[in-house]
Write a protein that binds this ligand. Sequence first.
Ligand code: NAD
Length: 284
Amino acid sequence: MHATMPPLEVHSLTAEAATQQVLRPLAGRTAIVTGSTRGIGEGIARALAEAGCNLVLNGRRSGEEGDRLADAFATAWNVEARYHAADLRKSSHAERLIAFAQEQFGPVNILVNNAGIQHAAPIESFADASWDEVLSLNLSAAFHATKAVLPGMRSRGWGRIINIASVHGLVASANKCAYVAAKHGLLGLTKVVALETANDGITCNAICPGWVLTELVQRQVEARAAASGMTSAEARMELLRAKQPMHEFSSTESIGALTVFLCGSHARTITGAAYSMDGGWIAV
Ligand code: NAD
């Protein structure tokens, strides 16, 4: 035994409470997941709900559709869930989203900045409006939401902020100037928030996925198929082969599981980190 190892403690938890802690480690916490009506955000929201979190979902669906989705979450995982249709390209909407979550549930313990979009074009023909849109949603929204949520987290001495960046936060691809710039910026923001909160019980980390087969990627597959005359299945394989050594999409469930880990007690000293889940993309 290591000399500094503490003696084994007798735990006073009942077997039932211990089981609950393992099955629903985040029970009683409140999480906001931006862009959670589909794709990666929905996968993360599902994983957090399964871990016991109350949730505020967000996205571009109508209020009625979003409320139905929130009800489905509440029923499936026996948690509280609400929907807010904040358009996070606008800074005031990020603040409204945080205020709504606080009104509904009180303290917000977990913020997942996930909402994002993609535009692809060479830089000379990249529309100014597309640049502004990508930067506002993929980067500035995380700044505004973090700024609004931090005072509450600080005052309670606990908080988890997870930024869904991308492999494109670490390396570039042609024709994605705004996306690559925004995701590199998001990793910078992650590190600064980590430094400014290092001794306040708050952690801030990023997840950097490679390819995940969501609507955002399906549109790129279809564009590739249309341009080359390939079938959709062929275009999917081409897309994977072009960048990822492992020819497999990461799943939204796996990104959800990593998020839950980063919110859990064993991740309490992980902060300012960028976790790749990219089939070896950046190992090349
Ligand atoms: P998606 O297009 O499937 O889903 C995007 C979500 O964001 C939807 O819920 C949508 O309603 C919401 N959204 C869009 N515009 C919004 C706005 N203005 N305000 C609020 N919500 C808005 O995308 P996805 O593939 O699930 O991507 C989610 C995140 O993961 C993005 O930040 C993306 O950059 C990142 N990412 C995706 C991949 C991938 O391969 N799919 C890889 C790396 C990183």
